[in-house]
Design a protein around this ligand. Structure first.
Ligand code: NAP
Length: 288
């Protein structure tokens, strides 16, 4: 079997084009340009690249960007103070704190300094609870990568109801919320992590596999059930995913490429949610 590719690039471009139209409408109606603030702590080159990509895409979508770059030795209090300033700034509609932050920082405290109404990357406890409770009430933003994955699965008509989904990884920004969103779509969800026993055996029972580990080529082709749907959220040095692509595409029915699969969907959802946030802050029902 040679798997069909689940390509995020075109779908993401459509999402960004729609977000751009809505951003232009806000500019025309209220004279306000939606603005995404990015916060980067330290000088990790990969993080700096991700932030730059998000700013470039924002610009293309007519979304303004504000960039805050802080030194690696920043303390939790200093970071929290910077984020609070953005939370209180009426010209900023969405806030993204680039993950991971240096080890001395309490990342949770920093995330919680984001006004939930501006949490367009879906990292606050409120957004997390909204995903866990499957509650669509405001603000309740989706974590950008899991939300992007769900949009990709929907676009390729992947049946989730009753399907067994194995999520490998349980980070609060990716694995955990991905599992919660799959559960909300009536999948039967198993989380795997670094202490899981017999991982290949477990993965062989999955109709849908979400790989969110951060280890290059970790999931092998002979771990997969023939016909499985494989979503590779990993992004490792040299543009390599967490799934051994060549092996997996011989067994899977559908598979995301790296790059061009989950990555563009993450940015598209972030921009879409920035426009949602701006609309809500201007008193307009998001998407109306
Ligand atoms: P993370 O915080 O390091 O979490 C990794 C998870 O993998 C943890 O839950 C860990 O388990 C689990 N794990 C580690 N070794 C394992 C093993 N041998 N067997 C099973 N599970 C294992 O990473 P993350 O932030 O979630 O990111 C994961 C990957 O996604 C990275 O490659 C990252 O670059 C990528 N990513 C991509 C996007 C995108 O837009 N495409 C966005 C975010 C992240 P424990 O909990 O037990 O430690």
């Amino acid at each position: 079997m040679t798997a069909e590719l689940m390509i995020g690039t075109d779908l993401a471009a459509e999402m960004v084009a729609k977000a751009a139209e809505r951003a232009a409408a806000l500019q025309e109606k209220y004279g306000v340009q939606p603005c995404l603030a990015t916060v980067l702590v330290g000088d990790d080159p990969a993080s700096a690249t991700y932030v730059r990509m998000k700013q470039n895409r924002s610009k293309k979508a007519g979304i303004g960007s504000r960039s805050v770059v802080l030194p690696a030795e920043t303390t939790t209090d200093e970071l929290v103070a910077e984020i609070r300033k953005l939370s209180e700034d009426p010209e900023v509609h969405g806030i993204l704190l680039q993950h991971p932050v240096p080890a001395q920082i309490d990342e949770r405290a920093a995330f919680e300094a984001i006004d939930p109404g501006k949490d367009v990357d879906g990292v606050t406890m409120l957004s997390f609870a909204a995903m866990a409770l499957n509650d669509a009430s405001d603000p309740g933003f989706r974590s950008a990568t899991p939300g992007g994955i769900m949009r990709l699965l929907a676009a390729y008509d992947v049946p989730l109801e009753g399907a067994h989904a194995v999520v490998i990884g349980r980070s609060p920004i990716l694995g955990k919320p991905a599992g919660m969103l799959l559960l909300a779509s009536n999948a039967t969800v198993t989380y795997a992590h670094s202490r899981t026993r017999d991982l290949p055996e477990l993965v062989r029972t999955a109709d849908v596999v979400i790989a969110a580990v951060g280890k290059a080529n970790f999931v092998r082709g002979d771990w997969l059930k023939p016909g499985a749907v494989v979503v590779d959220a990993g992004y490792n040095e040299g543009n390599v995913g967490d799934v051994h692509f060549e092996e997996a595409s011989e067994v899977a029915r559908l598979i995301t490429p790296v790059p061009g699969g989950v990555g563009p969907m993450t940015i598209a959802l972030l921009l879409e949610q920035t426009v949602d946030a701006a609309e809500a802050q201007l008193g307009q029902c998001p998407g109306s």
